[in-house]
Design a protein around this ligand. Structure first.
Ligand code: MSP
Length: 490
């Protein structure tokens, strides 16, 4: 019996969704909010489908980085109090913009340090880690060694527009080269593991060139988790950071989530997640996550938005102007998930005024005011309208991680309802043919109920108001303005 219950427990459908953990040397911007809100949208969709307990959404902060030490120095702050302040600021930003994470991990936490040591010990034990000397060009912005072929025409890091520094030191190395073949085999057997396909092709091309062993420790770093049994060497921040995903499932009955881990990342960090991370796991004898999706960049005038380039836009500021629902819908519907796209305030104005204020907000208000007026708020008898097609469209888009398509499919239901309203002119019909109008109202309520049901996924900020407006089984609630129009200056 016990065995049977255990078996059942392991066969429950689950989803473990992760964002990258963010560097805390600056405040969040809409590039990081994009990634986090995309994961949040997916988490909300899966909670609706699988139940709250079967979804685990993880985010957090990447703190053992040399650049945080530099940032703390610049602020004249002690490093650990700086890390705590900044990590709290990231968390508070996610709270403020409605991110429904289940756990927030910090890489300076003891639970993480223990897991990092556990994995490194396993890799040491099987002979995959050895000592050697590293000489190369290092970019602190990327926290990585760059090859000459990675640099731009000025010899600078193309992302950070700065020359890398020459570094030579004794390091521990990971036998990454040993995993070229196992990784290629993995990709062959799991063709959907990394999406979209263009990212997989890049990784396959990289793997086919052959892999070099990588250094996994820093001699000079003042910040970092010490190597097991060797305090002098600090573990390379990227090795430590990747392990966060595994640290988060230790204890608290979370382990069953591991096999359902799905990483949402930006395309700039796909080599770390799609070459180094699976190689670490193979080396440590741990099952690989279920998949990875690498999205594109939000650009400002064609350039990647980033704290180091100084062109960052704050998600808080956008949320204060438009609200949290518009923030997520505006960011995630600007271009298809997986592609790059430019940020534009006009897009936000259009989304807000046409989809929210003039779209769903106006629709709810109009229909409910009419039902109140003509039917005294009584809900007409059940309609036969079938929403299966809309439901399937949304589900299919989510399964394929086509987030823009999922959002567009949701708002197309607002369009369908408006079309029915306008074609039937139900406000006129109700005066001469109340029975006919009741049929139309019943159909309209099916649309509204569908929109309210999925509001927990797409419009979580106003979802409770939207649902309250629909009242109970027999009577509608009170109509009201869900999204007041905003006048945008400039
Ligand atoms: N700390 C590492 C990740 C470690 S994960 C084990 C890191 N941090 S980061 O703060 O620099 O970036 C985190 C994520 O934000 C990356 O996925 C990156 O692609 C994403 N974005 C940063 N700027 C972005 C845009 N302008 N647009 C979209 N996403 C971008 O890398």
């Amino acid at each position: 019996m016990f065995f049977f219950v255990l078996l059942l427990y392991y066969f429950v459908m689950r989803k473990f969704l992760t964002t990258p953990i963010y560097y805390v040397n600056a405040e969040p911007h809409i590039g990081s909010a994009y990634c986090t809100l995309a994961t949040d949208l997916l988490a909300r969709y899966h909670r609706k489908k699988l139940g709250n307990d079967n979804v685990f959404f993880l985010t957090g902060t990447d703190e053992n980085s040399q650049k945080t030490v530099e940032a703390a120095d610049k602020e004249g702050q002690e490093i650990y109090s700086y890390l705590e302040d900044m990590s709290n600021r990231w968390r508070a930003t996610w709270d403020e913009i409605g991110v429904s994470y289940d756990d927030f991990i910090r890489t300076t936490e003891e639970r993480h340090v223990e897991t990092v040591h556990d994995l490194l010990n396993r890799m040491l034990a099987n002979g995959d880690i050895y000592k050697g000397t590293y000489k190369g060009k290092y970019c602190t912005g990327c926290e990585t060694f760059l090859k000459d072929t990675d640099l731009d025409e000025n010899g600078h890091c193309p992302d950070h527009k700065k020359p890398p520094v020459d570094l030579e030191e004794e390091n521990y190395f990971f036998k990454l080269s040993k995993y070229q073949k196992p990784l290629l085999d993995w990709y062959e057997k799991n063709p959907e593991w990394l999406r979209p396909a263009k990212r997989k092709n890049e990784i396959l091309a990289f793997l086919n060139e052959g892999l070099e062993d990588i250094s996994v420790s820093r001699e000079t770093a003042s910040m970092g988790i010490p190597m097991p049994k060797d305090d002098f060497h600090k573990i390379y921040v990227w090795i430590d950071a990747l392990i966060n995903y595994y640290s988060a499932v230790q204890g608290k009955g979370r382990f069953p989530f591991w096999s359902d881990a799905f990483h949402i990342i930006g395309k700039d960090i796909s080599r770390f997640h799609c070459v180094i991370w699976p190689a670490i796991l193979l080396s440590a004898g741990i099952r690989l996550p279920a998949g990875v999706f690498a999205h594109g960049f939000f650009t400002v005038n064609g350039e990647k938005m980033s704290k180091s380039l100084g062109n960052a836009i704050s998600p808080i500021e956008l949320s204060q102007t438009y609200g949290n629902d518009a923030l997520r819908i505006g960011l995630l519907s600007a271009f298809e998930f997986g592609n790059d796209g430019d940020f534009s305030r006009e897009h936000f104005d259009v989304i807000y005024n046409s989809q929210l204020a003039g779209g769903i907000g106006n629709l709810f208000n109009r229909v409910l005011v009419l039902i109140d007026k003509f039917l005294d708020g009584e809900k007409p008898k059940a309609s036969t309208k079938d929403m299966t097609e809309s439901r399937e469209k949304i589900e299919e888009a989510f399964e394929k991680l086509e987030l823009k398509k999922a959002i567009d499919s949701y708002f197309s239901v607002v369009g369908d309802a408006n079309q029915l309203l306008n074609e039937t002119e139900v406000w006129r019909m109700a005066k001469t043919d109340l029975e006919g109008a009741k049929v139309v109202f019943a159909d309209l309520l099916v649309y509204l109920e569908f929109l309210a049901e999925y509001a927990t996924v797409f419009l979580p900020e106003k979802a409770p108001d939207i649902q309250a407006m629909l009242g109970d089984a027999s009577k509608i609630g009170k109509a009201g303005v869900l999204y007041p129009r905003v006048t945008i200056e400039g």
